[in-house]
Design a protein around this ligand. Sequence first.
Ligand code: NAP
Length: 258
Amino acid sequence: MVTIDLSGRNALVMGVANHRSLSWAIAQRLHAAGARLCLTYAGERLQSSVEELAGTLPGTLTLECDVTRDATIDTVAARLGEQLGSLQMLVHGIAFARKEDLEGAFVATPREGFMAALDVSAYSLLNVTHRVLPLLEKQGASIVTLSYLAAERAVPSYNVMGSAKAVLEQSVRQLAYELGPKAIRVNAISAGPVSTLAARGIHGFTGMLKQHAEKAPLKRNVTKEEVGSCGLFLMSDLSSGITGEVIYVDAGYSIMGW
Ligand code: NAP
């Protein structure tokens, strides 16, 4: 039997909003494997709920980080340097699009809505990686982000978020190429639909859940725990030969041709 031991390793986990968040499912798995965690929250609105969740995982730090404000990312990097010394894992579970840009005509997306979605959902992966790189460079590390099939297919209502996920997945490949010589791996999990705060912002999400469950080879939707397990695998040495990949955790939905 193979056991995953992440003791002595530190993870920065971004994108925990509540107990339903995919990042939270990954955080729980990493902690159970022995990792020390730092969870970030985007603003004061989420501070108490993230601190409450962190309290259930002994030794976990919490810090504020809004990825649209570089200074907050730099503060996180500095605090992690002081308190943990090094980072071996980065979980990027962050996405945002304005509600009005997830409704109506994609063709009419205003520039500011397009830029806001790409900034938070895609650019933040490289910006955060760049700003914590001195901590990651000390030893081999693994970075995981979360994507969705709309990166490569047209999905009703996904609109600008599909564009952002396409950029995110290409950024994974480019970062994997560039950081590979430093023994830093970069991968994405393309998750099937799971009911979270962000997902509920997609118009028609309940119908999407039903349709996925009907069409997927496994005849069901995935659970956040299954996404968490894949996150653990990608963070562990079991995946040491994998970088630049998009791994589907979607009950097989993406293989279907109709
Ligand atoms: P979630 O719990 O709502 O997580 C999204 C997180 O992004 C929240 O913590 C949110 O914080 C954070 N965020 C937004 N703007 C931010 C900013 N400026 N700075 C820092 N953090 C910011 O939803 P989730 O479904 O777990 O989403 C996690 C990732 O999985 C996303 O990339 C999503 O696209 C992806 N994904 C989800 C599904 C699904 O069906 N759920 C499927 C495939 C991929 P606030 O709440 O404060 O804004």
